[in-house]
Design a protein around this ligand. Structure first.
Ligand code: ASP
Length: 359
């Protein structure tokens, strides 16, 4: 049997892991040069299209010598705190009872660890709580009431996350909700006409995924969301599920998603994208391959258009160890945000499987 790690050893290890947050970038580049890795490290931060500020913030931290996980979490905290982004954190759209429930996951490449929370109420920065699950528990995912109690034990303050703007959108949905919810009557594979909500091509969704490669060549990622608007309480999407809404392998790259979480949960696309990259595909090709796989796996008629194509969208964002990046969606028109440290954050078009106008 292994003897338990002594506390002193543990502290030494923790200090070594945390060292990345204090060294300066000049020092890091010198270190990389000594290792012959200097020319190979091209830092990059990618995010969903709502991540212009997040990618800029994350790159600022990376260029100052910070660890990629510190960087991407600080980036998405801006969006979690922003009441005008109704898909993430404070101001996110609520569940069908009018209560905001948040999901988030983080992965830290260099230590091979991850953490996540789901259905977390009243705490506006679920990404910080996900990180604490990773660092201060022997678990990976904590949900609901337990996640809230865990956050409070660590000093997070409860607050009402429902803004007036989000409440008004919810109220409108509620007042018109007879056929616009997620409860389905009995149906079979050939049932097409099952209610308004699934006919709406782009039902209100949103999330931020943000992945970064730092000056040490280490990769980390985070995904954080209020999930599908007006979901059944307790519904968990893809965002907090490692392998689905986020996956990081420090030797290969990172990938994450936004869009219809149910489709991604059934295909575990983020881990697939990392594996496609390991097999040699570029980030964009790997993301597109994941979209194809979802299209192939979608068989219920209610989820298909007249041409047999998914009637929903999923978007993927990926980076690799070389600093290459890319994104892809099932349907055209999606964008991603990227910052390579040379210029301001910018939005780029995602590759796509199907052109939206053709529907
Ligand atoms: N993927 C998120 C979820 O299913 C929602 C979204 O990105 O729009 O919870």
């Amino acid at each position: 049997m292994n003897s338990p790690m002594k506390r002193r050893d543990f502290l030494k290890t923790a200090a070594a892991v945390g060292a990345g947050t204090i060294a300066g970038s000049a020092e890091l580049l010198a270190e990389a040069g000594r290792l012959g890795a200097h020319s190979a490290i091209r830092p990059v931060v990618i995010a969903s299209s709502n991540g212009l500020k997040a990618t800029a913030k994350a790159m600022e931290i990376i260029r100052a010598g910070g660890d990629a996980l510190d960087a991407v979490i600080a980036g998405v905290n801006i969006v979690e705190d922003d009441p005008t982004d109704m898909s993430v954190g404070y101001g996110g759209l609520p569940n069908e009872d009018g209560v905001v429930e948040l999901d988030s996951s983080v992965m830290h490449g260099p230590t091979g660890r991850g953490g996540a929370v789901a259905s977390l109420r009243n705490i506006k920065n679920p990404s910080k709580v996900a990180r604490l699950v990773m660092e201060r528990t022997d678990h990976v995912l904590i949900v609901g009431e337990g996640a809230l109690r865990f956050a409070k034990a660590h000093g997070f303050k409860e607050e009402d996350l429902l803004t007036d703007a989000a409440r008004e959108v919810w109220l409108k949905w509620k007042e018109n909700s007879s056929t616009k919810d997620d409860w389905l009557p009995p149906h079979d594979m050939d049932t097409r006409d099952i209610g308004e909500s699934l006919k709406e091509f782009f039902r209100t969704t949103g999330t931020i995924n943000c992945n970064g490669l730092d000056l040490r060549g280490n990769i980390s990622g985070v995904t954080t969301t209020s999930g599908l608007a007006f979901k059944i309480p307790g519904r968990v999407g893809d965002s907090p599920i490692l392998g689905a809404g986020l996956y990081v392998d420090n030797t290969v790259g990172a990938a994450g998603s936004t869009g219809r979480g149910e489709a991604n949960l059934l295909s575990c696309s983020s881990v697939m994208i990392v594996e496609y990259m390991r097999a040699g595909k570029s980030p964009e090709e790997a993301c597109l391959q994941a979209c194809k796989r979802i299209a192939e796996q979608t068989k219920m008629k209610r989820l298909l258009d007249d041409n047999g194509r998914p009637n929903f969208n999923v978007n993927f964002y990926a980076i690799n160890k070389k600093g290459e990046y890319g994104g892809a969606s099932i349907w055209s028109g999606s964008q991603y945000a990227v910052n390579t440290g040379e210029a301001e954050s910018r939005r780029m078009e995602c590759a796509y499987l199907y052109k939206r106008a053709e529907r």
